[in-house]
Design a protein around this ligand. Structure first.
Ligand code: SAM
Length: 286
Protein backbone atom coordinates (compact mmCIF):
# COMPACT_ATOMS: atom_id res chain seq x y z
CA UNK A 1 0.00 0.00 0.00
CA UNK A 2 1.42 3.40 -1.00
CA UNK A 3 0.97 6.38 1.31
CA UNK A 4 1.58 9.95 0.21
CA UNK A 5 1.50 13.12 2.26
CA UNK A 6 -0.20 15.90 0.31
CA UNK A 7 -0.81 19.32 1.89
CA UNK A 8 -0.53 17.87 5.38
CA UNK A 9 -3.00 14.98 4.74
CA UNK A 10 -1.93 11.36 4.55
CA UNK A 11 -3.67 9.88 1.53
CA UNK A 12 -3.65 6.23 0.61
CA UNK A 13 -3.49 5.04 -2.98
CA UNK A 14 -6.92 3.51 -3.54
CA UNK A 15 -6.82 2.65 -7.19
CA UNK A 16 -4.33 2.13 -9.96
CA UNK A 17 -5.62 2.36 -13.52
CA UNK A 18 -3.67 1.25 -16.59
CA UNK A 19 -4.83 2.24 -20.04
CA UNK A 20 -3.60 0.29 -23.07
CA UNK A 21 -3.92 2.24 -26.31
CA UNK A 22 -2.33 3.02 -29.66
CA UNK A 23 -3.02 6.73 -29.00
CA UNK A 24 -1.44 7.54 -25.61
CA UNK A 25 -1.53 11.31 -26.26
CA UNK A 26 -5.31 11.14 -26.42
CA UNK A 27 -5.42 11.07 -22.61
CA UNK A 28 -3.45 14.29 -22.06
CA UNK A 29 -6.69 16.33 -22.04
CA UNK A 30 -9.38 14.20 -20.36
CA UNK A 31 -7.33 13.10 -17.34
CA UNK A 32 -5.76 16.50 -16.66
CA UNK A 33 -8.83 18.25 -15.29
CA UNK A 34 -11.14 18.43 -12.33
CA UNK A 35 -11.68 15.56 -9.93
CA UNK A 36 -9.58 13.01 -11.86
CA UNK A 37 -6.57 15.30 -11.78
CA UNK A 38 -7.16 16.13 -8.12
CA UNK A 39 -7.49 12.45 -7.16
CA UNK A 40 -4.12 11.78 -8.84
CA UNK A 41 -2.47 14.80 -7.22
CA UNK A 42 -3.80 13.71 -3.83
CA UNK A 43 -2.36 10.23 -4.40
CA UNK A 44 -5.80 8.53 -4.29
CA UNK A 45 -5.48 7.32 -7.86
CA UNK A 46 -2.58 6.57 -10.15
CA UNK A 47 -3.20 6.38 -13.87
CA UNK A 48 -0.66 5.05 -16.34
CA UNK A 49 -1.06 5.11 -20.10
CA UNK A 50 0.73 2.34 -22.08
CA UNK A 51 1.56 2.76 -25.75
CA UNK A 52 0.71 -0.53 -27.43
CA UNK A 53 3.24 0.10 -30.19
CA UNK A 54 6.05 -0.28 -27.65
CA UNK A 55 5.12 -3.96 -27.46
CA UNK A 56 5.56 -4.71 -31.16
CA UNK A 57 8.68 -6.35 -32.56
CA UNK A 58 8.84 -5.22 -36.18
CA UNK A 59 10.30 -2.14 -37.85
CA UNK A 60 6.83 -0.71 -38.61
CA UNK A 61 5.56 -1.28 -35.09
CA UNK A 62 2.55 -3.11 -36.48
CA UNK A 63 -0.39 -3.48 -34.11
CA UNK A 64 -3.05 -4.62 -36.61
CA UNK A 65 -3.61 -7.15 -39.35
CA UNK A 66 -6.27 -8.32 -41.83
CA UNK A 67 -9.17 -10.41 -40.50
CA UNK A 68 -9.14 -14.15 -41.08
CA UNK A 69 -12.10 -15.15 -43.23
CA UNK A 70 -12.02 -11.87 -45.14
CA UNK A 71 -14.13 -8.80 -44.66
CA UNK A 72 -13.67 -5.12 -44.05
CA UNK A 73 -10.98 -3.32 -42.09
CA UNK A 74 -8.17 -4.36 -39.81
CA UNK A 75 -8.09 -6.05 -36.42
CA UNK A 76 -5.82 -5.30 -33.44
CA UNK A 77 -3.37 -8.20 -33.04
CA UNK A 78 -3.35 -10.15 -29.78
CA UNK A 79 0.46 -10.41 -29.21
CA UNK A 80 1.22 -6.76 -28.30
CA UNK A 81 -1.75 -6.66 -25.91
CA UNK A 82 -0.78 -9.88 -24.11
CA UNK A 83 2.87 -8.72 -24.03
CA UNK A 84 1.90 -5.32 -22.62
CA UNK A 85 -0.02 -6.87 -19.72
CA UNK A 86 2.56 -9.55 -18.89
CA UNK A 87 4.83 -7.32 -16.71
CA UNK A 88 1.81 -6.09 -14.71
CA UNK A 89 2.01 -9.31 -12.66
CA UNK A 90 -1.77 -9.57 -12.42
CA UNK A 91 -3.48 -12.35 -10.45
CA UNK A 92 -4.90 -15.13 -12.61
CA UNK A 93 -7.95 -14.43 -14.76
CA UNK A 94 -9.90 -16.95 -12.66
CA UNK A 95 -9.07 -15.11 -9.40
CA UNK A 96 -10.02 -11.81 -10.99
CA UNK A 97 -13.27 -13.17 -12.33
CA UNK A 98 -14.37 -14.91 -9.15
CA UNK A 99 -13.61 -11.82 -7.07
CA UNK A 100 -10.80 -13.24 -4.92
CA UNK A 101 -8.47 -10.67 -6.53
CA UNK A 102 -9.41 -7.00 -6.43
CA UNK A 103 -8.17 -6.31 -9.94
CA UNK A 104 -9.93 -6.31 -13.26
CA UNK A 105 -8.96 -6.32 -16.92
CA UNK A 106 -11.58 -4.62 -19.05
CA UNK A 107 -11.88 -4.55 -22.82
CA UNK A 108 -13.79 -1.53 -24.12
CA UNK A 109 -16.17 -2.83 -26.76
CA UNK A 110 -19.49 -1.90 -28.36
CA UNK A 111 -20.41 -5.55 -27.77
CA UNK A 112 -19.78 -5.29 -24.05
CA UNK A 113 -22.09 -5.13 -21.06
CA UNK A 114 -23.47 -1.60 -20.68
CA UNK A 115 -21.38 0.52 -18.27
CA UNK A 116 -23.58 1.85 -15.45
CA UNK A 117 -23.21 3.72 -12.17
CA UNK A 118 -23.53 0.34 -10.40
CA UNK A 119 -20.52 -1.01 -12.31
CA UNK A 120 -18.62 2.24 -11.62
CA UNK A 121 -19.22 1.72 -7.88
CA UNK A 122 -18.09 -1.91 -8.17
CA UNK A 123 -14.87 -0.88 -9.96
CA UNK A 124 -14.21 1.88 -7.40
CA UNK A 125 -13.85 -0.89 -4.81
CA UNK A 126 -10.96 -2.53 -6.72
CA UNK A 127 -7.24 -1.94 -6.31
CA UNK A 128 -6.44 -1.95 -9.99
CA UNK A 129 -8.26 -1.73 -13.29
CA UNK A 130 -6.69 -2.28 -16.69
CA UNK A 131 -8.55 -0.79 -19.65
CA UNK A 132 -7.80 -2.07 -23.15
CA UNK A 133 -8.82 0.29 -25.94
CA UNK A 134 -9.73 -1.27 -29.28
CA UNK A 135 -9.46 0.40 -32.69
CA UNK A 136 -10.26 -0.39 -36.34
CA UNK A 137 -12.77 -3.29 -36.66
CA UNK A 138 -11.99 -4.29 -33.10
CA UNK A 139 -9.62 -6.54 -31.17
CA UNK A 140 -8.67 -10.17 -31.87
CA UNK A 141 -11.34 -12.14 -29.95
CA UNK A 142 -8.70 -14.11 -27.98
CA UNK A 143 -8.22 -10.97 -25.86
CA UNK A 144 -11.90 -11.07 -24.79
CA UNK A 145 -11.81 -14.87 -24.43
CA UNK A 146 -8.60 -15.31 -22.44
CA UNK A 147 -7.15 -12.02 -21.19
CA UNK A 148 -9.96 -9.61 -20.31
CA UNK A 149 -12.33 -10.39 -17.43
CA UNK A 150 -15.17 -8.43 -18.95
CA UNK A 151 -16.15 -6.29 -21.93
CA UNK A 152 -17.74 -2.91 -21.25
CA UNK A 153 -19.65 -0.66 -23.62
CA UNK A 154 -20.34 2.97 -22.74
CA UNK A 155 -23.55 3.04 -24.78
CA UNK A 156 -25.43 1.65 -27.74
CA UNK A 157 -23.45 3.37 -30.47
CA UNK A 158 -20.18 2.64 -32.24
CA UNK A 159 -17.11 4.79 -31.60
CA UNK A 160 -13.89 4.62 -33.58
CA UNK A 161 -11.85 3.58 -30.56
CA UNK A 162 -12.02 2.59 -26.90
CA UNK A 163 -10.15 5.70 -25.68
CA UNK A 164 -13.24 7.82 -25.01
CA UNK A 165 -14.81 4.84 -23.26
CA UNK A 166 -11.73 4.38 -21.06
CA UNK A 167 -11.79 8.08 -20.13
CA UNK A 168 -15.51 7.81 -19.28
CA UNK A 169 -14.92 4.76 -17.07
CA UNK A 170 -11.96 6.39 -15.29
CA UNK A 171 -13.82 9.63 -14.59
CA UNK A 172 -16.96 7.86 -13.32
CA UNK A 173 -14.88 5.55 -11.09
CA UNK A 174 -12.39 8.12 -9.78
CA UNK A 175 -15.08 10.45 -8.45
CA UNK A 176 -16.38 7.58 -6.30
CA UNK A 177 -13.06 7.02 -4.53
CA UNK A 178 -13.41 8.12 -0.91
CA UNK A 179 -11.89 11.60 -0.57
CA UNK A 180 -11.90 12.41 -4.31
CA UNK A 181 -14.98 14.64 -4.20
CA UNK A 182 -14.91 17.35 -1.54
CA UNK A 183 -18.43 16.65 -0.25
CA UNK A 184 -18.97 12.87 -0.31
CA UNK A 185 -22.69 13.29 0.39
CA UNK A 186 -23.03 14.74 -3.11
CA UNK A 187 -21.97 11.48 -4.82
CA UNK A 188 -24.58 9.59 -2.76
CA UNK A 189 -27.34 11.84 -4.06
CA UNK A 190 -26.65 11.79 -7.77
CA UNK A 191 -28.59 10.28 -10.65
CA UNK A 192 -28.65 6.43 -10.71
CA UNK A 193 -27.08 6.09 -7.25
CA UNK A 194 -28.65 3.03 -5.65
CA UNK A 195 -29.21 4.39 -2.14
CA UNK A 196 -31.28 7.49 -1.50
CA UNK A 197 -28.99 10.10 0.02
CA UNK A 198 -30.44 10.48 3.45
CA UNK A 199 -28.67 12.89 5.76
CA UNK A 200 -26.08 10.91 7.68
CA UNK A 201 -24.27 11.70 10.86
CA UNK A 202 -21.26 13.80 9.95
CA UNK A 203 -22.86 15.30 6.83
CA UNK A 204 -22.88 19.05 6.98
CA UNK A 205 -26.44 20.13 7.66
CA UNK A 206 -27.00 22.80 5.08
CA UNK A 207 -30.02 23.32 2.87
CA UNK A 208 -28.36 20.88 0.47
CA UNK A 209 -28.26 18.10 3.02
CA UNK A 210 -32.06 18.09 3.23
CA UNK A 211 -32.32 16.48 -0.21
CA UNK A 212 -34.28 13.52 -1.43
CA UNK A 213 -31.25 11.67 -2.80
CA UNK A 214 -31.49 9.67 -5.99
CA UNK A 215 -32.28 6.10 -4.89
CA UNK A 216 -31.85 4.99 -8.52
CA UNK A 217 -33.87 7.86 -9.99
CA UNK A 218 -32.54 10.75 -12.05
CA UNK A 219 -31.34 13.72 -10.04
CA UNK A 220 -33.71 16.59 -9.19
CA UNK A 221 -33.21 20.06 -10.80
CA UNK A 222 -30.63 22.41 -9.32
CA UNK A 223 -30.72 26.21 -9.24
CA UNK A 224 -28.30 28.88 -8.02
CA UNK A 225 -28.16 32.69 -7.77
CA UNK A 226 -29.63 34.91 -9.11
CA UNK A 227 -33.16 34.03 -7.94
CA UNK A 228 -34.50 35.82 -11.01
CA UNK A 229 -32.69 35.63 -14.36
CA UNK A 230 -34.15 37.18 -17.53
CA UNK A 231 -37.59 36.89 -16.02
CA UNK A 232 -37.10 33.19 -15.11
CA UNK A 233 -37.71 32.56 -11.42
CA UNK A 234 -36.23 29.92 -9.14
CA UNK A 235 -39.10 27.82 -7.67
CA UNK A 236 -40.38 29.56 -4.55
CA UNK A 237 -40.14 26.39 -2.43
CA UNK A 238 -36.32 26.45 -2.65
CA UNK A 239 -36.16 29.93 -1.17
CA UNK A 240 -38.34 29.43 1.91
CA UNK A 241 -35.84 27.43 4.02
CA UNK A 242 -38.40 24.71 4.89
CA UNK A 243 -36.29 21.56 4.54
CA UNK A 244 -39.20 19.13 4.63
CA UNK A 245 -40.96 20.96 1.81
CA UNK A 246 -37.72 21.15 -0.15
CA UNK A 247 -37.15 17.41 0.30
CA UNK A 248 -40.71 16.62 -0.89
CA UNK A 249 -40.41 18.97 -3.87
CA UNK A 250 -37.07 17.52 -4.94
CA UNK A 251 -38.32 13.95 -4.68
CA UNK A 252 -41.38 14.84 -6.78
CA UNK A 253 -39.20 16.55 -9.39
CA UNK A 254 -36.85 13.54 -9.52
CA UNK A 255 -39.83 11.22 -10.03
CA UNK A 256 -41.27 13.51 -12.70
CA UNK A 257 -37.99 13.77 -14.62
CA UNK A 258 -37.39 10.01 -14.42
CA UNK A 259 -40.92 9.30 -15.68
CA UNK A 260 -40.41 11.73 -18.55
CA UNK A 261 -36.83 10.87 -19.61
CA UNK A 262 -36.08 7.36 -18.29
CA UNK A 263 -39.28 5.49 -17.35
CA UNK A 264 -37.29 2.21 -17.53
CA UNK A 265 -35.46 3.21 -14.31
CA UNK A 266 -38.72 3.26 -12.34
CA UNK A 267 -39.07 -0.51 -12.73
CA UNK A 268 -35.89 -1.15 -10.73
CA UNK A 269 -36.46 1.46 -8.03
CA UNK A 270 -37.89 0.87 -4.57
CA UNK A 271 -40.75 3.35 -4.30
CA UNK A 272 -42.32 4.48 -1.04
CA UNK A 273 -46.10 4.83 -0.70
CA UNK A 274 -45.58 8.58 -0.94
CA UNK A 275 -43.61 8.13 -4.19
CA UNK A 276 -46.38 5.95 -5.63
CA UNK A 277 -49.01 8.57 -4.78
CA UNK A 278 -46.87 11.29 -6.39
CA UNK A 279 -46.38 9.20 -9.54
CA UNK A 280 -50.09 8.43 -9.78
CA UNK A 281 -50.81 12.18 -9.48
CA UNK A 282 -48.21 13.05 -12.16
CA UNK A 283 -49.54 10.35 -14.50
CA UNK A 284 -53.11 11.54 -14.12
CA UNK A 285 -51.97 15.11 -14.80
CA UNK A 286 -53.40 16.44 -11.51
N1 SAM B 1 -16.71 -3.86 -35.19
C1 SAM B 1 -17.10 -3.42 -33.89
C2 SAM B 1 -18.59 -3.64 -33.69
O1 SAM B 1 -19.35 -3.53 -34.64
O2 SAM B 1 -18.99 -3.91 -32.53
C3 SAM B 1 -16.80 -1.94 -33.70
C4 SAM B 1 -15.36 -1.63 -33.56
S1 SAM B 1 -15.05 0.05 -33.15
C5 SAM B 1 -15.02 0.81 -34.73
C6 SAM B 1 -13.41 0.09 -32.62
C7 SAM B 1 -13.21 0.07 -31.12
O3 SAM B 1 -13.88 1.16 -30.53
C8 SAM B 1 -13.73 -1.13 -30.37
O4 SAM B 1 -12.83 -2.21 -30.44
C9 SAM B 1 -13.91 -0.61 -28.98
O5 SAM B 1 -12.70 -0.67 -28.23
C10 SAM B 1 -14.27 0.85 -29.21
N2 SAM B 1 -15.71 1.11 -29.09
C11 SAM B 1 -16.60 1.36 -30.07
N3 SAM B 1 -17.82 1.59 -29.59
C12 SAM B 1 -17.73 1.47 -28.25
C13 SAM B 1 -18.67 1.59 -27.19
N4 SAM B 1 -19.94 1.86 -27.41
N5 SAM B 1 -18.22 1.42 -25.93
C14 SAM B 1 -16.91 1.15 -25.67
N6 SAM B 1 -15.98 1.03 -26.66
C15 SAM B 1 -16.37 1.19 -27.92
Amino acid sequence: MVRLVVRGFVSVLQMKADIVTIFPDFFRGPLDHGITRRACEMGLAKIEVHDLRRFTHDRHRTVDDRPFGGGEGMVLKPEPIFDCLEPFGLPSREERRNGTARQSVILLSAQGQRFTQKIAAELAGLERIVLICGRYEGVDERVAESLADRELSIGDYVLSGGELGAAVVIEAVTRLLPGAVGNEASTRQESFTAHAGEVEEGDEFTGNASTCGSGGLLDYPHYTRPAEFRGMLVPEVLLNGNHQEIRRWRREQALQKTLRNRPDLLEAVELSDEDKEVLARIRSGR
